[in-house]
Structure formats: C-alpha cells, structure tokens
Design a protein around this ligand. Structure first.
Ligand SMILES: *Cc1c(COP(=O)(O)O)cnc(C)c1O
Length: 220
C-alpha cells in the first residue's frame, strides 16, 4: 500500500460507518523506517507521525522538524519515567500512559515546564502479561486519579492480542471510553484500521501499510 491507498481506505471506512472524514486522524508510524521513506511521506504533505521510542524519535525528528515546522508527533511505545521530560518536549501526544508512576511523573514535569502533551490511557484489553496497559477493571479509577492530577487525558488506546478477533477489543475500548466521558480512541493498525474505524477509532496508527515492511535498524 501507500499513503494514498491508506487514506482512500480510511475515506471508505468513514463513508461506510457514516462518519465524517475529519473525525479520523491518520498517524503514520515511522519507527525503524529509513529516513528516505519518511521524507517521501513528508513530501507528500503528511504531517502526523508516530514513534515508539523517545531516543530514536529525538534523533530522527529534531532534524526533520527544522524543515517541516508543523509536524505533530505521537509517542506510541512504553515510556520510562526517566525519559518523561524528553518525551514531553518532543511529543504532542502520548498514547502509552499505562501506570500510576508514569502519571505522577508526567504531572510533576508538566507542572515544571508549564505544558503537557495530550494523553491517551493505554488499556491492556487482552490482559496479556507481556503487554503494557491498565487492566480494564482498573481503568475507571486510573482515569479518575489522572483527572485529580489535572492530566489532560483525551483518549484511550489499545493493542489487541494478535491471535484474537480485534473487534472485541475495539468494542471494549469504546465502551470504557464512553462510560468515562472520553471521546478519542487510538486503535487500528495496518491490518485492521478499517475495522477500528467502524468501532469508533479517532486515531489509527498505521506503519507498514504506508512505509513498507520495517527493515532492521542500522547500527550507528
Ligand atoms: C508499530 C506500531 C504500530 C504500527 O504497526 P503496523 O502494523 O506497521 O501498522 C501501531 N501501534 C503501535 C503501538 C506500534 O508499536
């Protein structure tokens, strides 16, 4: 696929779901992609990108942002608390708020710098040991605590287990969001973003369908 094909598919999915096109934001996931592929997508006019790691993103995007001033960056991968400040300085949005300790760290540093990225709470909808995220049963309390800390929680995010039907996870995430008065949903990747849109996704995170298969990072 390509940026154009993914955009077309998003349009079709919106049409089918009876949703205005503007309600879905495409995050082009550029992690581990070579710079020439990223540049090609920037030159096609796309400005919203996702990365998994703070360090990798700093290297890549500090330079790109000098040329493409209006780029918006989303952090999608796990965030260590010792990288909170760097993350808040680089990213407009963090999709991986996944534990109380990180919430406290973000609240403290946001207070210091007078600014906070928009936050998505990552939910471990599949209750997978190896996956980050708040358990569905703890989500309401976690969100309430984030709100007490004045954190700008705007959405929920999930990564469904690969072996399960994603629809069940998308539906669960939508339900958890609704009962907490949250209207943004980060769900859907290359293989299932159309389906995620039919379940209400407002942010789809698409990597390989735009850039091609990820190649191994070149050691620096
Ligand atoms: C890598 C990644 C994506 C994109 O995956 P593709 O299958 O390449 O579209 C989306 N979300 C997260 C959290 C990721 O780590």
């Amino acid at each position: 696929m390509s940026l154009l094909q993914v955009s077309d598919e998003i349009s079709n999915a919106c049409l089918k779901a009876g949703r205005p096109l503007k309600t879905v934001e495409l995050i082009a996931v550029s992690k581990v992609q070579p710079n020439d592929r990223v540049l090609a997508v920037l030159e096609q006019g796309h400005r919203i990108f996702g990365e998994n790691r703070v360090q990798e993103a700093e290297g890549k995007w500090t330079a790109f942002k000098e040329t493409f001033l209006d780029v918006k960056l989303h952090l999608l991968g796990p965030l260590q608390t010792n990288k909170t400040r760097a993350a808040l300085e680089l990213f407009d949005c963090i999709h991986s708020l996944d534990r109380p300790k990180l919430a406290k760290s973000i609240a403290r540093i946001a207070q210091e710098i007078g600014y906070c990225a928009s936050l998505f709470v990552q939910v471990n909808t599949g209750l997978e040991d190896q996956k980050a995220g708040i358990n569905p049963t703890d989500v309401d309390d976690f969100i309430a605590n984030c709100r007490l800390m004045d954190l700008p929680v705007v959405g929920l995010m999930c990564i469904p287990p690969t072996a399960e039907e994603a629809s069940l996870h998308f539906a669960l995430l939508a339900k958890l969001a609704e009962r907490n008065g949250i209207d943004q949903l980060s769900m859907g990747m290359s293989g299932d973003f159309g389906k995620a849109i039919s379940f209400g996704a407002t942010h789809v995170r698409v990597g390989s369908a735009i850039f091609g298969a990820r190649v191994a990072p070149v050691p620096s």
